[in-house]
Ligand binder design. Sequence first.
Ligand code: F6R
Length: 613
Amino acid sequence: MCGIIAYTGYQAATPIIVEGLRRLEYRGYDSSGIAFVQQGQFRCIKAPGKLNALVDKLYANPNPMLATCGLGHTRWATHGAPSEANAHPHISNDRKFSMVHNGIIENYREIKAELTSKGYKFFSDTDTEVLLNLIAECRKTAPDNLSAFQRAIKLAHGTFALVLLCGDEPDTLYATRKSAPLIAGIGEHENFVSSDVTAFLAYTRKVIFPDEGELIRITPNTCTVFKLDNLAAIQKETQRIEWDAQSAQKGGFKHFMLKEICEQPAVLRSALAGRLDLAGGRVVLPELEGLKSLKKPERIRIIACGTSYNAGLWGSSLLEQWGNIPCTVEIASEFRYRKPLLSAKELVILISQSGETADTLAAVKVAKSAGCVTLGLCNVVGSSLARETDRVIYTQAGPEISVASTKALCSQMALLALLALYWARQTKTLSGEEIQKHLFHFEQLADLLEKELPEMREEAKDFAVRAASARNIFFLGRGRSFALALEGALKFKELSYVHAEAYAAGEMKHGPIALIDPEFLTIAIAPADEMFAKTFSNIEEIAARSGPILAIADKQGGKNIRSEQQLNIPRVPEPFTGFAILPLLQLLSYEAATYLGKDVDQPRNLAKSVTVE
Ligand code: F6R
């Protein structure tokens, strides 16, 4: 995910910014850049690749140490490829403003068209450069830089954290945020703005957290917060950060995995950003335009590995139900060698967080050689999968550092649901009103999850201690909950090294039920959906054989389940319940593994990116 660090004070800005950028590296990035004002002129130095490439360029610049104020950025590409032109900071056409940005400006196309008609030129593919030039345009009539910033921000839709530097106020920074983190650091005759407190923690622990709907103006000795609406100045309390620099990299969380689980509301917002047209009852996916087999595929085959495979299995039922398109799901390592009979009319969807999984990449080749159109769902911009598929849709989950995949799955499920709704409109399987209702529920999910996560965490702790004492566990579910059971078992075994397997609950009586005894634990996923009565009967069959049961169910339905303990699924409209069950399963595995003293972020024998078969 992108990172921002900006400085204004009495010291040379560039070494402080470079140091801040180094502390942001863990977030993952593909290019970086710095801008400052030197002798009345903007200097902007950017480089694709690692930070050292930027540092080499920076110190080849004459007198890079003179400026005492500047902007720094690490970019994780979303709009446009990772390149020097697309790297931040950007400079406005009139060379009076420079800006760094995290997030997405959803209406940048409209703004760009208007600015283009006024003669503006764009040198990158980014939405950031568009907003920056809008600020420059607003400045033509605004009384000062603050008002110009305010006017432009009011016109921008989307999610953003922004820091602006103006050529005529070379020691002043303007900043704002919407659904993206931004923090001001308050030092002695020097101040900072960053997307992550880690970047300036070596200099100050005093911070101000601007809220949405606020702008801040920072000089070496002042930090003033204004209301976006009317520019009235507001008093904001300074807070003290107690984390050490190491744990702050994890945003105060003990492990990256926990941080990434808790990031899922933000991940959902980011996956949906710019893709929901609520008023029009439409999903906006420009990535699917221009290819007939993407507009309305005859058949779909999803191919992936591990957690990404589980996402495919979860989404396939929606693609069939809503999209009315036959859909099968395959494990990439099986698919690539089994000489599958493929029709050129099939759309092959490859899902991969890293975009570098060897088996999934091999499957692209097999699909292409059969003449199929390939669509990648991928998290890492510019990865091999993104390059090799005909089209790619980015999941926009931000870098996943913990080896065990968590938030990427949430974003993959979100995209599959979006695709199902997109095709539901093309195939007219759902009415406009039905699609609109689902989009509305989808949009509300992130807020709901955000509210429920703290309680889910507490509940998962007790439940996890019980599960951690088991030697063998079955995770059971039916329908979409079977895909989640697979994920629950995968996460549990990879983190805690306790033997866990998933079964479709209806399969138990075809063999596995022979294993059930008072020692063999069953974790049953039984949301109040159309499969509840069936799952309930399967759980009864286990209880009748003295098998201990932990139930993951909604409060009401779970009352009748003969379980030792129950983990409550918060109320979420169907079919989105999976988005609430998923963090429960992830937290359960996380808590069990930490209770057992395991290395949750780097489980033994595993790698984050499986580039060998
Ligand atoms: C499990 C996990 C793996 C990955 C699998 C595919 O927690 O992380 O099962 O999901 O290796 O990786 P990607 O999605 O990068 O292709």
